[in-house]
Design a binder for this molecule. Structure first.
Ligand code: SAM
Length: 312
């Protein structure tokens, strides 16, 4: 597979993630009145997939909310490999404001997201501001707070230029978010990126959601599924365990890191939410859910010790 072909396959993983989110939202796992604007497919997914997306989505939202709370909104959020994520609009709905909200992805993804935003009043309104004209071109959108930018995360020179263009300030507390992204980037390139972020952003928190424990039979099946779709899993080495996930940050200039697999995350979710969602669909196969939950993890890492308190 050439690199363009594999980039196309990686881009397609966003469509898959978006349609899984749409399915779980339609069934009532969590609320998101924006996902429908980005996804047409109404395919029904397996109950354990829905529950997995629920755990991930709710846990990440809880961590983001905590970061906004402890920084009192005096912060920035940078979602790398954001795909069609709707976090920005959900935060606006809840009246949670930040100083800057930036999304990066391949131009092939941001151009489609730009188009959807442009043609959907509900999406466009939230990125518009009375005193600021939204600037839009094929791959990029610049609102006052929200910026969507096409960039290849493997090209650090380009990333640095886009960070400047997005008006990000190195001195502000900044939350970086990556959901199922770094595994598609070689260790050498992702390490460069993480090191660069740690050097520039002295008050950063990183939330990374990704696969772990790939060495066993179930892990091998997950990898071969993605490979058969044409994805180059150039970064899977860092997904061997929660410890290798922690180390990738500690070895690249981050002051501290924690990592929990999704069993650990599930145990920290609000009990009333767990009680509610376990009623939505019956799970015949508890074993399959257990396998899924032990093969994904949320890792948090910080350059500023104050953000080590942002925990579930
Ligand atoms: N984070 C989103 C979510 O959780 O719904 C999308 C996840 S999708 C599995 C992976 C995303 O990472 C895709 O949108 C893909 O285009 C993006 N991505 C992977 N490698 C990238 C790179 N080198 N530069 C920019 N984006 C990249």
């Amino acid at each position: 597979i050439d690199s363009v072909g594999s980039d196309e396959a990686v881009i397609a993983t966003n469509d898959d993630a978006s349609s899984c989110k749409r399915c779980a939202v339609a069934l009532g796992y969590w609320r998101d009145r924006y996902i429908n604007y980005f996804v047409r497919s109404t395919d029904r997914k397996a109950p354990e997939i829905n529950r997995g997306y629920f755990a991930r989505s709710v846990a990440i939202k809880m961590l983001v909310d905590k970061f906004i709370e402890v920084t009192n909104g005096n912060c920035q959020i940078v979602n790398i490999g954001a795909g069609f994520d709707t976090l920005y609009w959900r935060l606006v709905d809840e009246g949670k404001t930040v100083k800057g909200f930036v999304e990066f992805d391949f131009p092939g993804v941001t151009s489609r997201k730009c188009l959807y935003i442009q043609r959907t009043k509900q999406l466009l309104q939230a990125v518009s501001d009375e005193d600021y004209d939204v600037k839009l071109n094929r791959n990029n959108l610049h609102g006052h707070t929200y910026k969507l930018t096409g960039v290849d995360l493997r090209n650090l020179t380009d990333v640095e230029a886009k960070v400047k263009e997005s008006d990000l300030q190195y001195s502000l507390p900044t939350l970086f978010l990556a959901e199922c992204v770094l595994v598609y980037i070689s260790i050498q390139k992702s390490s460069q990126l993480l090191k660069w972020i740690a050097e520039k952003f002295k008050s950063a928190l990183f939330i990374n959601y990704e696969m772990v424990n790939l060495g066993d039979r179930f892990g091998e099946v997950m990898l071969s599924n993605l490979r058969s779709r044409g994805c180059d899993l150039a970064g899977s080495e860092a997904c061997q365990s929660t410890e290798t996930q922690r180390r990738r940050f500690l070895d690249n200039g981050w002051a501290g890191a924690d990592s929990y697999d999704m069993m650990g995350v599930w145990a920290r979710l609000p009990p009333e939410e767990i009680a509610r969602v376990t009623q939505i669909e019956l799970l015949d196969e508890q074993e399959l859910l257990h396998q899924l939950f032990t093969h994904y993890a949320i890792t948090t890492a910080w350059t500023d010790h104050r953000w080590s308190e942002v925990q579930l």
